[in-house]
Write a protein that binds this ligand. Structure first.
Ligand SMILES: [Zn+2]
Length: 315
């Protein structure tokens, strides 16, 4: 059975009118699951709030205290008639619900990890926001606050005693935050492809032996990406033999997405998911926890998530 983790708090975080990382993204996914009937095939669960002690597996304690403090201050300022958002970088800001939404997003990844490792679910998709893969050990950036996937990967190692886990990141942007947290941690293999040169810059060379970075130029199409995945991801994943796989599932490499210039279509996401599943079946007893990252064209996002979940759930 495939789990589907989300929480209404993830809708309440918003970063201002017209911001592409908006609550409507989750509505688009939910609508698609409803009209296709795919939602009926999933085990839907409420995401809990992540405990602070688990966030510290990937983040600096002072950073989390400052984020929480900013959230508390914002509440007081709003009561006093001040601004509704606290700006952290040019495109990342908090509203009063951001902290709780971020705790639910990380909590979804942790609860999904527990359920999959406990044998209740074969795999799981976390329909959450804010996303996480740009969140670094000690700072927020690029629409991200807490690195949901890095937290869950470390949690599987620390709390469940796994020896080796893989992180697969297929967002159009380089997962610099995840790299910042896991580079050099030999218990984790991170494989990714991303448009380059592009936001957030960097990543063109793998900075540590446990990273497989595949920078690809703008306008690269699905068949070329599939070829690269076969050549560069698959041998490393097979050799590493992960006991569990975490996915940073961003769908902004879709050709209809205006935040990136790659040319993937939903069938490519189905194909990539199948390749991840093949590795998981051979080495990890099928265990996959996938977390939503980017994807900003609402229609393309919904169709791509559907393709991803259809393969996870085998329906
Ligand atoms: Zn992205």
């Amino acid at each position: 059975m495939t789990g589907y983790f989300t929480h209404r708090d993830c809708w309440k975080h918003e970063m201002g009118r017209g911001h592409p990382e908006c609550p409507a993204r989750l509505d688009a996914i939910e609508d698609r699951l409803l009209i296709t009937g795919l939602g009926n095939a999933l085990d839907r669960r409420e995401a809990p709030l992540a405990p602070m002690g688990d966030l510290e597996l990937a983040h600096d304690r002072r950073y989390m205290a400052s984020l929480r403090g900013l959230s508390d201050n914002l509440r007081e300022e709003i009561d006093a008639g001040g601004p509704t958002h606290a700006q952290l970088d040019p495109d990342t800001s908090l509203n009063v619900s951001t902290w709780d939404a971020a705790l639910r997003a990380a909590g979804a990844a942790l609860a999904a990890t527990d359920a999959v490792l406990g044998g209740e679910l074969e795999n799981a998709f976390c329909a959450v926001r804010p996303p996480g893969h740009h969140a670094c050990r000690d700072h927020a950036m690029g629409f991200c606050f807490l690195n949901n996937v890095a937290i869950a990967a470390r949690y599987a190692l620390a709390r469940h005693g796994l020896q080796r886990v893989a992180i697969v990141d297929f967002d159009v942007h380089h997962g610099n935050g995840t790299e910042d947290i896991v580079a050099g941690d030999e218990r984790i293999l991170m494989v990714s492809f991303f448009q380059h040169p592009f936001y957030p810059e960097g990543g063109s060379r793998s900075s540590a032996g446990n990273l497989v970075n595949l920078p690809v130029p703008a306008y690269t199409l699905g068949p070329q990406v599939r070829e690269l995945i076969e050549q560069a991801w698959m041998p490393r994943l097979e050799a590493f033999a992960p006991e569990m796989i975490f996915v940073s599932a961003g769908f902004d490499a879709h050709r209809e997405d205006d935040l990136g210039q790659l040319g993937l279509v939903e069938q490519d996401y189905g194909w990539i998911t199948q390749r991840i599943k093949d590795v998981a079946r051979r080495h990890a007893n099928g265990r996959i926890v996938s977390c939503l990252e980017g994807g900003y064209n609402l229609s393309a996002l919904a169709r791509s998530v559907e393709a991803h979940i259809r393969v996870l759930a085998d329906v």
